[in-house]
Design a protein around this ligand. Structure first.
Ligand SMILES: [Fe+2]
Length: 129
């Protein structure tokens, strides 16, 4: 799995969900699970939605000043993912399409966690005292 300690925010619920997202993204490129690709793509879609909503609940309840900005980043990802799913459905080379989705998800997650989720975590943990 591509998750590692450097991606830890220090908020256990968020870290557990991030790990699950990386695990699911891994399933996409695990050839032994190839027959489950469509199920995994759908699972990821739902899990991401739930994860974003949980993060946004954290933002609201702690009056995070960048909540709106952060939410927009989540929405942009959700739109991009939906687009990729449509491309996957039309693709003749499903294996290549799945690789594209995997790298899109993994790269976005890494970047987003390192910059935005960690920024929130610092705020949240400080505020909680
Ligand atoms: Fe986030």
């Amino acid at each position: 799995m591509l998750w590692n300690k450097s991606l830890e925010t220090g908020i256990p619920k968020i870290d557990e969900q991030h790990q699950e997202l990386f695990r699911q993204a891994d399933f996409l490129v695990d050839s032994s699970k190839a027959d489950r690709v469509v199920a995994t793509l759908n699972f990821l879609k739902d899990y991401v939605t739930k994860h974003f909503s949980d993060e946004e609940t954290f933002h609201r309840s702690s009056h995070y000043p960048k909540a709106e900005e952060h939410k927009k980043l989540h929405q942009a990802f959700a739109t991009g993912y939906k687009q990729k799913l449509e491309e996957f459905q039309k693709a003749t080379n499903k294996a290549a399409a799945v690789l594209t989705i995997n790298s899109m998800v993994v790269n976005w997650l890494k970047e987003h966690i390192m910059r935005h989720d960690k920024e929130f975590a610092v705020y949240y943990i400080q505020k909680k005292g």
